[in-house]
Design a protein around this ligand. Sequence first.
Ligand code: GLY
Length: 349
Amino acid sequence: MRSVSVYTSREYTVYIGGGLLSEAGGRIMAVCGGETAALITDDIVNKLYGDAAERSLRAAGYAVARFVFPHGERSKTMETYTAILRALAQAKLTRQDVLVALGGGVVGDMAGFAAASYLRGIGFAQLPTTLLSMVDSSVGGKTAVDLPEGKNLAGAFYQPHIVLCDYETLDTLPAEIFNDGCAEMIKHGVILSAELFAILKEPMQSNMEDIITRNITIKRDVVTADEHETGIRKLLNFGHTLGHGIEKHSDYSVPHGSAVAIGMVLASRGAARAGFCDQECHLEITEAVRRYHLPTATDITPDQLIDAAFFDKKRSGKRITLILPERIGKCAAKDFSLDEFADFVRLAV
Ligand code: GLY
């Protein structure tokens, strides 16, 4: 087992190991205490791991209230969020109790927002079961739901008290969902680590503990330096402004990692054409995306992408910040007027 300590407004530890799910109850009790655990998950993860998680929580002394919602980004709404809050109230959770998010990014983001807002904040444990949520969304405290106007538009920064990444849960992931997580690892390589980018050219299955730990360490360094995304954390948005537009305009039929993969290909093509990086950098990113069978193009039109970006969180007044590569391992934030941004998107697509 490996561990990574995160030094944000709340200090916490991310554990990475095989079989951690069965130890989850004891580890959560040691950090969070409390009497009742609300176990929040989706229908797919519930069938696979809901009983094991509940057994572990009960063995540690928790009374468990389970709330299960239909899987997928289309559930990440104010309606489901409200239903979770009501389930917490009906289970009579107090501020001393704990919410346990078991699943991928949708579960962690939405349950995290419920943990942040119920009684103005209760104990929060993340048990990510997808590669994407292990290497990215379970660490760093971003919680949110989508609005009809755009993705993640309502939420809060709320750090978990503990994160337990049991990589054995990845064994049941369909290949395309596993690959979705690889998009966020490619992103980490492009923005901050040419070494990680090179490692991703090798088969990874034999050393999941190491590769997950490397990615979490990169993310930890970024969020420790800039918890509330006023500076370096913006780099983690590489591929995301265009990616969120693809998700929104595909009605979330394109999963997050796939949309980010396309967003990285488009952003790097635009960057190469605009002279921010050389063509080789764009080609290397495209090749990395293809290596994990992720998509490199979209039917969503430039106008739709431009429209979506105007609703994105990365807009500030009349300006939009895009993260663009300078070379593999180094990205920078570039500030565009709305007209410049529209020109950039047309250049990139
Ligand atoms: N997933 C981007 C971030 O946590 O900032």
